[in-house]
Design a protein. Sequence first.
Length: 193
Amino acid sequence: MDTLPLLQDLAALSALAGDIGGSLVIARNTALDNIDALTSLTGVGTAIYLQDNPALRSLAGLSGVSGALGGDLFVTQNPSLETLEGLGGLRGPFGGTLQIFQNSSLTTLSGLSEDLSSVAGDLFITSNVLLQDCAALGQLLGAPDGPPADGVGGIIDIAGNATGCSTIQELLASADLPSSGLPIWLLDQVLEN
């Protein structure tokens, strides 16, 4: 769906189900506010581009999409988007670049899977002025130590976001690490982790 200024929803695509072998491109649709009609979609083979959709508020329609992505995930210039809820099934690996750029209402990346551990290309989390919670990227960035123990094959650029997500160090400091299941010993007491 590219450059359809009057398109408000994707109801005409509600019968689309299963995996699509290529890319999903939803770009330059000025009136589109949701993609809920895509709930029967379970996989995208190559890439997902969600770009320049000024009214887009929700990605919940992609909640059925799961697994790896052969190429890129771009979520760029969607000024009404506040969350990435709906992308949690994309656990990777990603064969291309992950770019979250200029989404001026986005405050958290918590909709991304915290299990994402590999991006073959670059990672750009930039110019999202309200974005303060990037903890979902902790495993990808190799928390707690960070690069070079990360899972990014190319450039890592995290900048221009709010405090908490404006540097790799801030992101790593906020990352919730998965529990190892091992006990933690504190002053002769055992706490199950």
